[in-house]
Design a protein around this ligand. Structure first.
Ligand code: NAD
Ligand code: ZN
Length: 271
């Protein structure tokens, strides 16, 4: 995956009630729907995104030092310690109402494909099945040398100050260093995940883009692929992004605010 420059543009803004009504109508009429989530999806669960705000991970750390194969080769203990800290943070986090709403939406829509750039497991823990993880999964540890799967080690307790250095566990098969199951900058996406995501983009009528800056490619190309094939694009994000200009509707709200308004439960009186 690679990062491209920001070319933010503001699309059509909409207030919450009007936006919810329009998107619900589009969802009801869509034969196939793609939901693409990014780090902003997990922000209200307490997992910092990479961009946007002082709490964003990359505002405090340099990704070039921590999320590349070169960084791991050069300083495995630093990179492993950082990932241990991230894994502990994800373990301690809980899915929010937006995650649950997406699981409920998929339950009522036979052809909704959830594609995430997130490496956490909050969609699954909220009840979503068949989630496509474009950038891998934090807990799917494997050997950096032979790719054998590896067991999860004990994680630091939530709130415990992270160690700055920690040697990665060794592979039981070949003795190589164990690495997280994520796609690092400069690495290719897992082919089956990308193929599933691209197929969903080509065949859907509606895309909901939630909490992504649209700067990490090729994931950021999915809404444009869908649009070229005739789909409507809805962006749910409190801030404008590189994708806003190509959205049919920009809903300036957070994931936990907006997504619950799209479920059947929200349509019931008093719901
Ligand atoms: P990003 O950090 O580049 O952008 C986050 C986006 O989310 C921003 O546009 C921001 O405005 C928006 N946002 C912030 N709070 C939000 C909220 N409450 N609701 C909705 N939107 C909100 O994230 P990205 O586009 O996903 O790309 C960066 C890479 O970061 C991805 O490859 C992903 O793998 C990785 N990442 C994953 C996690 C995770 O798994 N939880 C966390 C950090 C980064
Ligand atoms: Zn190995």
């Amino acid at each position: 995956m690679t990062i491209r420059g920001d070319s933010s543009a503001t699309g059509v803004n909409a207030d919450a009630t009007a936006a919810a009504a329009r998107v619900r109508g589009w969802l009801a009429g869509a034969r196939r729907c793609l939901v693409l989530t990014g780090a902003g999806m997990s922000a209200e669960s307490g997992i910092a995104p990479f961009r946007g705000g002082d709490q964003a991970l990359w505002a405090r750390f340099d990704p070039a030092r921590l999320a590349t194969p070169e960084a791991f080769a050069a300083d495995p203990d630093l990179v492993w310690a950082w990932y241990l800290w991230r894994m502990a943070g994800v373990r301690a986090a809980l899915p929010h109402a937006g995650h649950r709403a997406l699981a409920a939406l998929a339950g009522g829509h036979p052809h909704l494909q959830l594609v995430t750039q997130n490496v956490d497991d909050l969609h699954e823990r909220a009840g979503s099945a068949g989630v496509v993880h474009l950038h891998g999964e934090l807990f799917a540890l494997r050997c950096a040398a032979c790719a054998a799967p590896a067991a999860l080690p004990a994680l630091p307790a939530a709130g415990q100050a992270p160690a700055l250095r920690q040697p990665p566990p060794r592979c039981r098969r070949c003795g190589g260093a164990v690495r997280p199951g994520v796609v690092w900058f400069g690495e290719a996406l897992p082919a089956p995940a990308w193929q599933a995501a691209e197929a969903a983009a080509r065949s859907c009528d509606l895309v909901l883009v939630v909490g992504t800056s649209g700067l990490v490619h090729p994931a950021a190309a999915l809404p444009a692929i869908a649009r070229r094939h005739g789909a409507r694009v809805v962006e749910i994000n409190p801030s404008p992004t590189a994708l806003s200009g190509a959205a049919d509707l920009c809903w300036r709200a957070t994931a936990a605010q907006a997504l619950p308004l799209l479920t059947d439960a929200s349509a019931k009186p008093g719901g």
